[in-house]
Design a protein around this ligand. Structure first.
Ligand code: GDP
Length: 436
């Protein structure tokens, strides 16, 4: 996401490095390049204009700072203004004083509302809530069923109209859904609503009627970041027609330009609360303007990486594994466990992409082969517990059995075992050197 923009901005700002003093002409030239980069990334023109005007004004008036050279100062300004455009502070979900908190999802068909309902439900559960989903998209064939499927995956109940009762009335379903949530003591209710392919009056009216009936704490406008400039028009139409309190960007994984993300907040004045970046329930995160800006400027997003790691790793097991690494006692079983934990965090290329400077290693990241990791996993799984525990016992006949069992060549098994021994030796040497 934001790859092109990130590349462009990084190189524009890189050009400033090494300059001792920035003349007004330097700043003008830099601003022109930033402007082109933003327009190419599909950021809405009024947003670009305001942004550039602010950068120019601040860069030219910048105090000489002892700590930063002029180039660093410009980078700092661009970063701060980018954070500003993206909404400044992270905006948390508003919760009702008297539960249930009602969250209504609105947006065009295909924006990702139903998928989001599942993601949100899973995330809310992780935060200690007891969410329930309500299926009010009675327009799209199969939408109710789809919500039931995501609900099941997320492990939360779904309130839906009984089948066979005709199309039903979404306002009525919403109302009954909230009653049911109150009765069953769910503290958050997520209401999925119908979308259309384009903005139309009937859709707006239905969404508005549901909103009036359930009085949600949050109306989240769900928008597909891949629709580019249209995102801004659609957002405006929903802001006028239904009104919303926050935005969720979806499909950021597919969007190389990302201009929508940079425009929606500024144009509608409503904050972005969450971002979706994939089809799986875990591909979802709270939106942090500062971290996103940092990612766009190629400065990495180490905080998100750390948070994901905290969720994926079992602290105790990780510590035990670290100790074993230091003393040369790591087994293939430990190795498999740690590898599975890392992979739970998402594709390896995405993880590395959050590190500072990842933009420059894009090509290498694209070549990272998840299939190789699948193979390693399959080989270790093909071993008996005794073999995992003490790989030294893996003789020629065992190698053949493992290879046949896991569908790889004997040389692949040899490779893995040899590399494991090398790595184990290296780790204990390193631990010795660093006094671990
Ligand atoms: P709705 O009509 O607004 O309820 O949209 P859906 O939830 O049915 O989503 C439409 C399509 O987009 C489905 O195929 C989803 O799997 C897909 N989708 C949703 N969110 C994302 C996302 O963040 N990334 C990607 N790549 N696909 C998504």
């Amino acid at each position: 996401m934001f790859n092109t923009l990130s590349d462009r901005l990084t190189s524009v700002l890189q050009n400033l490095r090494g300059k001792g003093r920035l003349s007004d002409a330097d700043i003008d030239a830099t601003c022109r390049e930033i402007r082109v980069a933003l327009l190419e990334a599909d950021v809405a023109l009024p947003v670009v204009r305001t942004f550039i005007a602010k950068i120019k004004e601040r860069a030219k008036g910048a105090e000489v700072s002892g700590a930063l050279n002029p180039a660093q100062q410009v980078i700092k300004i661009v970063n701060e203004e980018l954070v500003g455009i993206l909404g400044g502070e992270t905006r948390r979900l508003n919760l009702a004083k008297n539960p249930p908190t009602v969250i209504m999802l609105a947006g065009l068909q295909g924006a990702g509302k139903t998928t989001l309902a599942g993601k949100l439900a899973k995330w809310l559960r992780g935060q200690g809530h007891t969410p329930m989903l309500v299926a009010c998209d009675l327009q799209r064939p199969n939408a109710v069923n789809q919500l039931q499927v995501v609900g099941e995956r997320a492990g939360v109940p779904v309130f839906a109209p009984e089948p066979g009762n005709g199309v039903g009335n979404p306002v009525d379903v919403a109302r009954r859904g909230i009653e049911e949530a109150r009765r069953a003591q769910h503290d958050v209710v997520v209401v999925d609503t119908a979308g259309r392919l384009g903005v139309d009056a009937e859709l707006m009216k239905q969404a508005k009627d549901i909103r009036d009936a359930v009085e949600p704490e949050e109306v989240l406008f769900v928008v597909d970041a891949m629709i580019g400039q249209d995102a801004v028009n659609t957002a405006q139409a929903f802001a006028d027609g239904v009104g919303f309190t926050g935005v969720v960007l979806t499909k950021l994984d597919g969007d190389a330009r990302g201009g929508a993300a940079l425009s929606v907040r500024e144009v509608t004045g409503q904050p972005i609360l969450f971002a979706s970046n994939g089809e799986k329930l875990e591909d979802f995160d709270v939106f942090h303007p500062d971290r996103m800006a940092s990612r766009i400027l190629g400065m990495g997003d180490v905080l998100t990486l750390i948070e994901q790691a905290e969720q994926a790793f079992d602290q105790e097991k990780a510590e035990v594994a670290a100790q074993k690494m230091g003393s040369g006692q790591l087994t293939l079983e430990d190795f498999l466990e740690q590898m599975l934990a890392i992979r739970k965090m998402g594709p390896i290329a995405n993880l590395l992409g959050m590190l500072p400077g990842a933009g420059q290693m894009k090509d290498q990241l694209a070549m990272l082969d998840e299939k190789h990791l699948d193979r390693v996993q399959a080989i270790i799984r093909g071993m008996t517990p005794a073999e995992r525990d003490d790989p030294k016992i893996i003789n020629a006949s065992r190698r053949l059995r493992i290879a046949n069992g896991s569908g790889v060549k004997v040389s692949d098994v040899n490779d893995l075992v040899n590399r494991f021994f090398d790595a184990r030796k290296m780790m204990s040497q390193m631990a010795g050197r660093f006094g671990m």
